[in-house]
Write a protein that binds this ligand. Structure first.
Ligand code: FE
Length: 184
């Protein structure tokens, strides 16, 4: 008897079962990758939220009163204003960074400081994200109050009569600030 050689049906390189396995692997991989990406994103958002929460400083009025000098407390926590030409920094020209006197957050760089002639330290722009603005309708005026973004302390006001490039004048109380000299 001669063995009859039937022509084998044309097959793809991968058999149907093998192809299914590959597809399953592909989808599993995609699902795995998606899950991994989701976990990464969730972790990222959670961490960002957490760091924002831990960065924000919330203290009771009694704690602030205990930690700050009476003048700092009056300006920073009770939205007071120091007299013009009397503060530490209106005529201060060293290189460095001005930080919040209440929480130490970096607020303004000396490079953005200018002589406004007002008697208060003035800056064209704050450190990115360091301050928040709120509408202040006190004293029969509508002004934009500037707060420390981290601890919510009152810093001063911002006006739109500043020099280029921003055209803004951040008019800040010296008593709300401390100065950190730049390292040489
Ligand atoms: Fe602060």
């Amino acid at each position: 008897l001669r063995a009859v050689k039937y022509p084998r049906p044309r097959e793809s390189k991968r058999g149907p079962v093998e192809s299914l396995g590959f597809c399953r692997k592909f989808f599993e991989m995609k699902a795995f990758e998606s899950s991994f990406l989701c976990v990464l994103l969730c972790a990222g958002f959670a961490q960002a939220g957490e760091s924002r929460m831990t960065n924000n400083i919330v203290k009771s009025d009694a704690e602030w009163r205990k930690e700050l000098t009476p003048e700092q407390y009056r300006v920073l926590r009770q939205k007071g204003t120091e007299p013009a030409f009397c503060g530490t920094f209106w005529n201060h020209h060293e290189k460095g960074v001005y930080v919040c006197a209440a929480c130490g957050a970096e607020l303004f760089r000396s490079d953005e400081k200018f002589d406004s002639g007002t008697g208060w330290p003035s800056y064209t722009t704050p450190v990115e994200g360091a301050v928040t603005n709120v509408v202040d309708r006190s004293h029969g005026m509508v002004r934009t109050e500037v707060l420390c973004a981290r601890c919510g302390s009152h810093l001063g006001h911002v006006f739109d009569d500043g020099p280029p490039p921003t055209g803004l004048r951040y008019c800040i109380n010296s008593v709300s600030l401390e100065f950190r000299k730049a390292e040489k």
